[in-house]
Design a protein around this ligand. Structure first.
Ligand SMILES: [Ca+2]
Ligand SMILES: [Ca+2]
Length: 648
């Protein structure tokens, strides 16, 4: 669907400007359920293309239903997904929502109220929809003045925002969280808690993603209200759970500490399931300061910094808040005191603010003193509380107050969840003309490669670390310029892209350093020694160098031509660059260029301690380059002389 967004920008002088957005309302299909399929046609006889994410909204081809071919008697909606692709969703699972195109100037009473309260325009459509459905609800803006991008960066570091998920695209790829080379993520807590990616943090931090009747409860103001917070409501939240018999205790603790009772029960359910199978409720024994407590409980996991056991230690590590918590009622009531005194009374008086301390009236530093690390904790608790209210039929009748943060510099679009796939877009191999490119590293993205001025093409090949990543830009590539830029593009499963650039320079060689030339010659080096096999000559070393760089000059001390010997010194010059190498002919410790009986005797004497070998001559005696000259080298020289092997 093409929307026409007409933007008139009027600027009057340099200090005044105004903008107006004009557009019609659009209807979208929202899928508030899990496991709903988008299919290729209007019937269950068609394949599905994918599942819709819970609460995903889709642009509609038409808001008229299409008759079913099989299943879904109510008919199907034809929708756009992934941009322009078209699919069908069973209308039974769809709620039609009207999105008023955002405009700058409030027009309705509701918008005027919200604007006056400090809500920017991007909050209006959904809050007004809620207001019309639930007239008793009220919304307060907490305009915190925090830059949204800064808030994301502060909440996405270290262990502040953790997630359990099978979607690797949701995980952080910072160096302390992920190793591209091995494609492994670092467990930050427990068995499978990982750091969430900044995009995921942005999604959960953006209040506009949760302005629906279920998830808005993360912003519910958490003070006690006897009008609707009853023992029965607590029982509803804990229905079927082991702690249901403690509903009265939870209710009383809430009332006495001015905490929302339904929220308190939701917190217990979120942290422990409110079941004895939880480590924190099983009545495990804890020894602290030499004292053993046989049964310890912590239904809120307070102080569980690196795991549930820490919470049990905290539960006996002091006498405040009714500790030690060696029985469930004390643990329930003492924990309520902690939450009340240290969070709600200090300005973190919503589930959201307890997870993300961005409250402008918090007594603790922004981004610190956060109850949970789970990036979704407030979201999950909101869902539990909502179910409780709904089961008690309290949604319409109750005058809930929601305190919703407003950040500075939020984008006009809500921040959305990232792609789910693996994020690895790195290479583990990059070759040019069949050889590893010089200086290859998976995180080195720029290379220079020299070829002779007559070269017509190069062959570039690459493999990615993760098998689900795709690579483009490889193959036989024609060289049309002096400098040719080759871009190898790696696209990860999650669609993130990494570019590796190879500059291929056709040259007669004058720009090349001697080191580059020697690298291209493919001669093994050991520090400043060139390790050669017997039979190499001044001419062929010169020719090798000049094949890479025609301008290279090669000279050998006291030798104009012919066989090279151990002990020769070769000087290579190109442009202004000069490097000198010591020649080692492997198996020639005598330095005459041949491998013969003299070399055998020289090594034998060295092993027996009758003579010494140094520098190039010692390296020449170490025919297998294992760092020592020993009987193995002696035998290799012997076999070489006898023709059983060739030292190479
Ligand atoms: Ca020799
Ligand atoms: Ca050796």
């Amino acid at each position: 669907m093409k929307k026409i967004l007409l933007i008139l920008l009027i600027s009057i002088a340099s200090f005044f400007s105004a903008s107006f957005y004009v557009s019609a309302a659009t209807v979208k299909a929202k899928v508030p359920y899990s496991d709903v399929y988008i299919r290729k046609g209007p019937g269950t006889n068609y394949d599905y293309v994918r599942k819709a994410a819970v609460n995903a909204t889709f642009d509609m081809v038409s808001n008229q239903k299409v008759a079913t071919e099989r299943g879904c008697a109510d008919g199907w909606y034809k929708v756009y997904y992934s941009g322009e692709s078209v699919g069908y969703i069973c209308s039974s699972y769809v709620t039609l929502i009207t999105i008023e195109e955002v405009h700058d100037t409030p027009t309705t009473e509701c918008e005027k109220e919200l604007a006056n309260a400090g809500f920017p325009k991007t909050y209006w459509p959904e809050l007004c929809a809620l207001k019309s459905q639930y007239p008793n609800w009220s919304f307060e803006a907490d305009v915190n003045g925090l830059d949204f991008a800064v808030a994301v960066s502060k909440e996405a570091v270290g262990k502040k925002s953790l997630i359990q998920t099978s979607y690797q695209g949701y995980l952080s790829t910072t160096t302390d969280s992920y190793d591209y080379l091995t494609d492994t993520f670092v467990v930050k807590e427990g068995k499978n808690w990982y750091s969430a990616s900044p995009d995921v943090v942005a999604y959960y931090l953006d209040p506009r993603n949760f302005l629906d009747e279920r998830y808005i409860f993360m912003f519910e103001k958490l003070s006690f209200d006897e009008e609707y917070q009853t023992v029965e409501a607590v029982q509803t939240v804990l229905n079927g759970r082991d702690l249901a018999p403690y509903s009265e205790t939870i209710y009383t603790a809430s009332r006495d500490n001015n905490i929302n009772a339904i929220y308190l029960a939701s917190r217990i359910r979120q942290e422990t399931g409110a079941n004895y199978s939880s480590y924190s409720l099983a009545g495990n024994a804890v020894t602290y300061n030499g004292i053993t407590y046989d049964h310890v409980y912590n239904p809120y996991n307070i102080g569980a910094n690196t795991g549930a056991h820490d919470g049990l230690v905290w539960a006996v590590a002091g006498t405040t808040y009714l500790r030690p918590w060696d029985n469930i009622p004390n643990a329930i009531t003492g924990g309520a005191q902690v939450i009340s005194v240290t969070y709600i009374a200090k300005g973190q008086d919503t589930g959201y603010f307890q997870k993300y301390n961005t409250s402008s009236y918090s007594e603790y530093s922004t981004y610190s003193h956060q109850y949970m690390t789970n990036v979704k904790a407030a979201y999950s608790e909101a869902s539990i509380a909502y179910d409780g209210y709904q089961d008690m039929d309290l949604l319409k009748s109750t005058a809930f107050t929601f305190v919703i943060p407003v950040y500075s510099n939020m984008s006009d679009q809500k921040y959305s969840l990232p792609e789910k796939g693996n994020p690895n877009n790195h290479l583990n191999k990059l070759t040019i003309n069949g050889k590893d490119i010089k200086g290859f590293a998976h995180d080195n993205y720029e290379y220079t490669h020299y070829v002779s001025s007559g070269a017509q093409e190069v062959r570039v090949e690459a493999t990615a670390i993760n098998s689900k990543a795709t690579i483009s830009g490889t193959g036989n590539i024609k060289l049309l310029e002096t400098e040719n830029k080759i871009e190898v593009i790696v696209t990860a499963e999650n669609k993130s892209v990494q570019k590796y650039t190879i500059k291929v320079v056709r040259t007669d060689g004058i720009e090349m350093s001697v080191k580059d030339i020697v690298d291209n010659m493919n001669v093994p080096l050991s520090e400043n020694h060139m390790l050669l096999t017997a039979g190499n000559t001044v001419e062929n070393i010169t020719s090798l160098a000049q094949k890479t760089a025609a301008t290279a000059k090669v000279s050998v001390t006291n030798k104009a031509s012919g066989n090279l010997s151990t002990g020769d010194v070769v000087t290579i010059t190109n442009g202004g660059d000069t490097v000198t190498y010591n020649i080692v002919i492997k198996g020639d410790p005598t330095g005459d260029g041949n491998i013969n009986i003299q070399d055998l005797l020289r090594v034998q004497k060295f092993i027996l301690g009758y003579t010494d070998l140094n520098g190039s001559y010692l390296k020449a005696g170490d025919t297998n380059q294992d760092g020592i000259v020993d009987i193995v080298d002696l035998l290799r020289i012997q076999k070489h002389i006898l023709g059983y092997l060739t030292i190479s």
